[in-house]
Design a protein around this ligand. Structure first.
Ligand code: G3H
Ligand code: 13P
Ligand code: ZN
Length: 315
């Protein structure tokens, strides 16, 4: 039993009209919650680590915990670098057993993004690791890179085809209206599904079939969870995510990987706030962290069954 790349997962997801959940991990409780939910639903899963998570938890600790999860569950699990800023960070992750890396060159100009992405692709492929890249700019915060709504640019379908052909990248993150964090829309939620369709059509017409597209910034920001945070002392106002029917639609199209981090943060915070408020005399971290783990696991299980549809993807 070993970590796997995303290649087979995406082939199956594309053919089956569902997506694989990519969940950001920062500690043991989050890892256990994600794999417990995935195991209950017999689902493959991607555990992803940002640069700041690498700094917080250390690649060796994260890898050891993820390998324990593979040994314990027997699930297909990919360990992925989220928003890798440079070749050096991608190399560090590859040396530490990651099976997939993202190089995020979306803030560079187009030609520079191609050159830098190709460099990562060549290195990663020589080491049996797959690569995700990003084209177009999402509004919000990606690690240290902040993009405001005015500077967000949706992915151009012709460029997407050219980018995939020239870099040989294995999957592509696109900008169609999602953004990172808990404040995604001021007004009504809207995603540019025509653009997604057009990207896939261009790739298909060029002979690139069933190409996996990645959706970042795809947390739903469940309003019950926000309300629970606020009921127990939180001050989260105006948070809004991607409606679940839009995530379902994206999963049924070419989107094979759906990224979620904010929903985990909110679930964890809500559970811990509630636990602190209801049991003020308790101070065993296993109590409130256990509550948080349960809340995250339940949330992720419902994503798998009701939103992305990856139940039984291990079959
Ligand atoms: O896309 C960003 C992810 O939510 C990771 O955030 O850099 O704070 O770990 P982070
Ligand atoms: P959310 O902030 O919507 O959870 O997006 C996370 C993400 O895209 C990580 O790369
Ligand atoms: Zn992201």
């Amino acid at each position: 039993m070993a970590l796997v790349t995303t290649t087979k997962m995406f082939e199956k997801a594309f053919a089956g009209g569902y997506a694989i959940g990519a969940f950001n991990i920062n500690n043991m409780e989050i890892i256990q919650a994600v794999v417990e939910a995935a195991q209950k639903q017999n689902s493959a899963v991607i555990l992803q680590v940002s640069k700041s998570a690498l700094t917080y938890a250390h690649p060796k600790y994260l890898r050891a915990m993820v390998e324990a999860a593979v040994a314990e569950t027997g699930l297909d699990i990919a360990l992925h670098l989220d928003h890798g800023p440079d070749l050096e960070t991608c190399k560090l992750c590859i040396e530490n057993g990651f099976t997939s890396v993202m190089f995020d060159g979306s803030h560079y100009d187009y030609e520079e993004n191609i050159v830098k992405t190709k460099e990562v692709v060549d290195y990663a492929h020589a080491h049996g690791v797959v690569v995700e890249a990003e084209l177009g700019k999402l509004a919000g915060i990606e690690d240290d890179v902040q993009v405001d709504a005015a500077n967000a640019t949706f992915t151009d379908p012709d460029q997407a085809l050219d980018f995939v052909q020239r870099t040989g990248v294995d999957s592509l993150a696109i900008a169609i209206g999602t953004s990172h964090g808990a404040y995604k829309f001021k007004g009504e939620a809207k995603l540019d599904f025509d653009r997604l369709e057009s990207i896939t059509s261009k790739l298909e017409a060029a002979g690139i079939h069933n190409y996996p597209i990645v959706l970042h910034g795809a947390s739903a920001v469940d309003q019950n969870c926000v309300a629970m945070c606020n009921e127990f002392g939180g001050e989260i106002a105006g948070a809004k995510g991607i409606p679940t029917e839009m995530l379902r639609k994206a999963s049924s199209m070419a989107v094979c990987k759906i990224n979620m981090d904010t929903d985990i943060r909110l679930a964890m915070t809500a559970a811990i706030r509630k636990s602190f408020a209801e049991k003020p005399a308790a101070f065993d971290p296993r109590g409130y962290l256990g509550d948080a783990r349960k809340m995250i696991a339940d949330m992720i299980e419902s994503k798998i069954t009701d939103v992305i549809g990856s139940t039984d993807s291990m079959k």
